[in-house]
Design a binder for this molecule. Structure first.
Ligand SMILES: NC(=O)c1ccc[n+]([C@@H]2O[C@H](COP(=O)([O-])OP(=O)(O)OC[C@H]3O[C@@H](n4cnc5c(N)ncnc54)[C@H](OP(=O)(O)O)[C@@H]3O)[C@@H](O)[C@H]2O)c1
Length: 305
């Protein structure tokens, strides 16, 4: 299994929901890519804490929980710091004395404003609050449970199965690869998230907690839009394979969903993506994406919203 206990923020739709769906798949009955993955196996986590802002409106997630006793839907608006105390207590009850193995900071927003003349103050601060501030503060709040999990294992090796924080970032956070400009709130929020990943990796190494940023690819979700390259199934199946394989080598680094192929191992935030050939980043009304190979026919005008 990827880990005994997993907590995913923003799991009522998009990539978070897909991660919950794939985590509850029985071994060898799911996506072939998952079955190929890890020697460590794909047995289900014992505890999956699927958080969302409005559980009563999260029908798809609640259906998964109804059919899988290991899935616990817990209300969390990641920006509501006043709720963290009771939330952390609830997580403690669910994971028990073995602690929390894996925190996936997945919840995110991507406002459509693109160019300097369109950007608004509130939009920037709201985006930073969800995509950047919340992952720091939530990780801080959940540290006692992560440390408890890390302490269940002898030695100082790192693995997601032991204890890990995975920050879902984006290639749009790349400074080196920003050739299109615009997207101030989103780009800044993900660049900062990558810097945070690096700091966390330094701070938490002594606690034997693995920390990494992951770019899920351009994915067909509400955020990615329907023209995206990957289905959520493809993206998440490869992310889960990668999580199984993560070790000390991955600590403090940024990987693309298919990082097991080794094409996205980058050193540090300012040199991110300079070792790879990456195409173009654009945005449409449908959403924001990045592509490894942008075909001429795919090019669209960047529009203000
Ligand atoms: N899709 C892509 O192509 C792509 C590419 C690169 C990176 N990413 C990153 O991948 C992650 C997931 O994106 P996605 O494509 O799945 O997006 P999505 O379909 O728009 O889903 C976003 C999720 O975040 C949740 N969320 C937003 N604000 C929240 C808050 N304050 N508290 C708790 N949950 C909140 C949403 O909940 P509500 O339903 O309550 O709004 C929803 O569950 C994001 O961090 C995104 O930046 C996506």
């Amino acid at each position: 299994m990827v880990a005994r206990s997993v907590l995913i923020t923003g799991s009522n739709r998009g990539l978070g929901l897909e991660m919950v769906r794939q985590l509850v798949l029985a071994p060898r009955t799911g996506n072939p890519k998952l079955v190929e993955a890890p020697r460590t196996g794909n047995s289900k986590p014992e505890v999956i804490i699927a958080t969302c802002r409005s559980p009563h409106q999260a029908q798809k997630l609640c259906e998964v929980a109804d059919n899988n006793k290991n899935v616990h839907v817990v209300q969390l608006d990641v920006t509501d710091e006043s709720s963290y105390g009771s939330f952390v207590s609830r997580v403690g009850e669910l994971v028990g004395p073995q602690g929390l193995n894996l925190l996936v900071n997945n919840a995110g927003v991507a406002p459509k404003s693109t160019r300097i003349n369109m950007v608004r103050w509130q939009q920037v601060t709201d985006t930073l609050t969800v995509n950047t501030v919340a992952p720091i503060m939530l990780t801080k709040a959940l540290l006692p449970h992560l440390k408890t999990a890390a302490n269940q294992v002898e030695g100082d090796s790192l693995a997601v199965k032991r204890a890990a924080v995975i920050n879902i970032s984006s290639v749009l956070g790349s400074i080196a690869r920003n050739e299109q400009g615009g997207l101030y709130p989103y780009r800044a929020s993900k660049a900062a998230l990558n810097a945070i990943t690096k700091s966390m990796s330094v701070d938490l190494r002594g606690n034997n907690i693995l920390v990494a940023s992951l770019h899920p690819g351009w994915v067909q979700t509400d955020m990615g839009g329907k023209n995206a390259d990957l289905t959520p199934t493809d993206s998440i199946s490869q992310i889960l394979s990668l999580l199984h394989q993560m070790t000390d080598h991955h600590h403090g680094q940024f990987y693309q969903y298919d990082g097991e192929q080794g094409r996205w191992r980058i050193e540090g935030v300012y040199t991110m993506f300079t070792e790879v050939t990456f195409g173009t980043e654009q945005n449409t009304k449908a959403g924001i994406w990045s592509r490894s190979k942008l075909r001429e026919s795919d090019k669209v005008e960047i529009k203000e919203h």
